[in-house]
Structure formats: C-alpha cells, structure tokens
Design a protein around this ligand. Structure first.
Ligand code: HAX
Length: 441
C-alpha cells in the first residue's frame, strides 16, 4: 500500500502541469481584478493595499513620506556630531509626514527612554531557548512574550472598545515595540555571541547610538546603526514582513502578535534572511575559489553560474517590484566609499566586483526580471567590517529597522479603521474554465 506521502507525491506531480499550462498559455487571461499569472504568481502588481508611509517606484526606488533616501537624510535633524539623523526623528517623520524640530525629536528620545525598559520575563523566555536557536527565533519569541502587557489587547478586552480611539493603544504598543526591539536585539547578540555579557542601557544616548553601545561597538558604528535602521524601515506595504504585519493586525490582533508574524516572514531567505545568505555566499566563494588567488571577474562569473546551474538563486539580487539597482544598496555603497578603510576592504572590493558581474550573468541567464542588487547585497559587508561577523544575526538587525515601518503602518491602519483583509481564492478547475472561456464573464 502506498503511504499517504506517496499518494500525495503522485497527486502533486499530476497537478503541476495544469498550473504550468495556466501560467504559460493563459497567464494574461483576465479574471475580474487580475490576470491568471497574477493570481497564481503572488499577486505581483495587483493594487489592493493603501499606505502613505512609503511608496516604491520600480525605477526610482523607495520614497519615505514622499522623500527619496538622500532627501530624507538631508531633511531630518541629525544626531549630535553626526551626519545621520536619529532613528527617533525618522519615526516622527514616518508617523506624521512632518519633519520634526529638534525639540520634537528630543521629546521622542525622552519618551523612548521610558518605554525601553523590557520586562524580565522576556529575558527568561529567550534564555529558555536552546542557545543554538536562530537569533530570529529569539527575536520573535521576545516579541511574543511581551504580548501579555499589550495596551491594545487590554483595551479590546476591557469592554469599552471604540473604533475611533483604538489607534491610540496601537500607538502605545507600537512605540513600546520600536523603543524596546533594539534592547532585545542587543540582549540576543550578547547572549549568543558574547557569553551572556549584558550591557546596561546608556540613558544619554539615542536609539542607534545606544544599540552600538549595548553590543560593545565603536563610536563610528553609531552612525552605521542609525543608517541601517532607517534604510531597512519600510518598503511600501506589499513586502512579506509589512504585509504580514498588516494582515494579522487587520484581525485586530495586537501589535505584538502582528509584528511577531511579520518577523517570521522576514526570516525567509527570499526576504530578510537574504542578507545572511549574501555573506554566506560571498565567504563560501572566497573559500572555494580564492584560497590562494585574488578574486577576478572570471572567478565571480564562474561562481554565479555554478549557483544558477545548481538551481539556486543569487542572494541579494532581483526584486519583486524594483527594476533598477535598489537605492538602499547605493546608499550603503556610498557609505562604504566615503569611509576610509572600508572602501579598501577586501570583502567590500569583492562585493563591488559581484555588483559589476552579477547583473550581466543574471541577464544572460534570462529568468530574473530584475538583475540588479537589492538592499541585502550590500548590508552585510558593512557589519562585517565593523566586526559584527556573526552573519546569522543580520536579519535581526533588519527586524529592528523594519519595526519602524510596520508599526507606523498599523497605527495608521487603526486610525483609518481599515477592514479585516480577506482576498478571494478560486480553484484550479475554475481558472481552467475561465481560461477556456477567454476570461471570467
Ligand atoms: N537568482 C536567480 N534566479 C532569480 C533571481 C536571482 N537572484 N531572482 C529571480 N530569479 C528567478 C526566480 O526564481 C524565478 O524563477 P522561476 O521562474 O524558475 O520561479 C524567475 O527568476 C522570475 O522571478 P522574478 O519575477 O524576477 O522575481 P520574483 O518577484 O518572483 O522574486 C525575489 C523576487 C526577490 C524573491 C527574487 O528576485 C530572489 O529570489 N532573489 C534572491 C533572494 C533575495 O535577494 N531576496 C531579497 C529581496 C529583497 C528583500 O525582500 N529584502 O528583504
């Protein structure tokens, strides 16, 4: 007798050609609001989400509240003695669309100081995990552990829930999450890689600087943290982490449940985990191809083809929306080029060589619609240079930054009373019927 798994394997093998045929031969057939290939292929380009926090143009890249990355960095008040804004000033800007005054920024910094005290049961929950758990498991566990004190959940279950004011408790939870997540990330870093050597919060420092302080980093790294968290904050609403957070919150799950779900999506290798994959790929390339020789474009080309021929994706390249080099990549590259030492770093030079080579190889390969690098192709090398070499931690850094965008979005979701999200699904047989009829009449 065939096992359940064997029966299923046969059913899947029999079904696959039907899906392939629908996409290949009838992909452009319209079924109401989208085409068959959009229905099967992850709803690419289907306009069903609204957000004013950021917008992603395929050619230009991200705009936060209408401003490009350079315009955002230029406009916002800077951290003391730095060329970069504080994360707190960016949070004010993301939430309101207004460039804050220094006084307004100082008020947020002070507010976050009060909010950033993490309850001790969160440390207990994280410490209870096996030490070799992935740091994203630790981060999402910490996020979920905080749920019991959710102000939104208490408001909902308190019996006087009011749709008009519900956003106020989302704002409270969202602000607590943004203030606390770097503290939790630093705790995880110290627990996993520094033998649980924990460092106290410095109450005089802004969020980015305090994170650098808590993981034992240098003065220079304070700007790396500020830049990194801002660049990774938001990428309009359709990406997996932002969309998941929005979706889960649309059921009136509180911000802790919602962002925990978002973090689990961020942990996927096609999304946020790509930053660790890039470092892994690059170091394996060095190990395999360049043990005794300097890297060359020919060797990089060979390694890229080996990856593609093995049926794997080249991490850090391609994008579901972008059709040009990601400006977040360029912004980090510029940081590298303007930082003495980093611009001559061996690994940065290799990453630059991959940038010169991969788009040509991916174009020749002919599958990826966008052969250009995304944010993840450049972020790891900066962390590596500053001594943060535990690359399985890189997605946690992404998760700290992404909290800003996700939390700003769901605060507005509640402010505007957006509905529970519930797209409609159809069966393969329905698609085949509509394909034969030339569309859904
Ligand atoms: N290397 C090899 N093949 C690639 C590729 C890459 N970097 N990017 C896309 N392709 C392939 C796809 O796998 C797909 O192949 P199949 O038809 O066999 O399924 C084909 O090209 C068409 O894909 P696409 O339409 O260009 O891309 P998608 O919108 O489907 O996917 C991804 C977008 C980002 C997931 C994809 O480009 C990818 O896997 N890139 C590598 C992983 C990565 O860098 N992810 C991070 C993206 C940015 C981000 O979210 N950061 O958090």
């Amino acid at each position: 007798m065939a096992t359940l798994k064997e029966v299923l394997a046969q059913k899947i093998a029999d079904h696959r050609p039907r899906t392939t045929k629908l996409v290949k031969e009838f992909g452009k057939v319209v079924i109401d609001t989208c085409t068959i290939d959009q229905c099967i292929g992850g709803a690419r380009d289907v306009r069903t989400l609204v957000t004013d926090i950021s917008y992603l143009d395929p050619q230009e890249g991200i705009r936060f509240r209408g401003k490009t990355i350079p315009e955002t960095f230029e406009a916002l008040p800077k951290a003391k003695g730095s060329k970069y804004p504080t994360v707190e000033s960016f949070w004010y800007f993301l939430l309101t669309g207004d460039v804050p005054t220094q006084v307004q920024v100082d008020a947020v910094v002070a507010e976050w100081k009060v909010r950033q005290i993490v309850p001790s049961y969160v440390w207990d929950a994280i410490r209870a995990l096996p030490r070799d758990s992935h740091p994203m498991v630790m981060l999402s566990t910490g996020m979920l552990a905080m749920q019991k004190d959710s102000k939104f959940a208490a408001f909902y279950s308190g019996g006087s829930f009011n749709k008009m004011t519900a956003w106020e408790t989302v704002y409270e939870d969202a602000s607590d999450i943004c203030a606390r997540i770097p503290i939790i990330a630093a705790f995880i870093y110290n627990l996993k890689y520094r033998s649980d050597f924990q460092v106290a919060i410095d109450p005089t420092l802004d969020m980015g600087a305090n994170f650098a302080h808590m993981i034992g980093q240098t003065e220079q790294y304070k700007d790396v943290a500020r830049m990194y968290f801002i660049l990774h904050s938001d990428h309009e609403s359709g990406n997996v982490s932002a969309h998941t957070t929005h979706l889960v919150h649309s059921a009136l799950s509180d911000p802790y449940y919602s962002y925990c779900a978002g973090l689990c999506g961020l942990a996927g290798p096609l999304h946020g985990l790509a930053n660790q994959e890039v470092l892994d790929w690059t170091l394996k390339f060095q190990e395999k191809y360049c043990k005794d020789v300097e890297p060359t474009k020919e060797l990089v080309t060979k390694a890229l083809w080996d990856t593609l021929n093995a049926g794997q994706v080249v991490p850090g390249y391609g994008h579901a929306v972008l059709r040009k080099t990601d400006p977040r990549y360029m912004s980090q590259r510029e940081f590298c080029l303007n930082t003495p030492g980093l611009k001559d770093d061996k690994l940065f030079k290799l990453v630059a060589m991959i940038f010169e080579t991969a788009p040509g190889v991916l174009t020749e390969h002919g599958k990826a619609k966008n052969p250009w690098p995304n944010v993840d192709a450049q972020s790891g090398v900066i962390q590596w240079y500053y001594g943060l070499r535990e690359w399985d931690f890189y997605t946690v850094l992404f998760g700290v930054g992404r909290a800003l965008g996700c939390m700003a979005n769901i605060t507005w979701d509640r402010g505007l009373g957006y509905a529970i999200e519930r797209p409609k699904s159809v069966t393969t047989a329905m698609l085949e019927k509509w394909a034969a009829e030339g569309g859904r009449k």
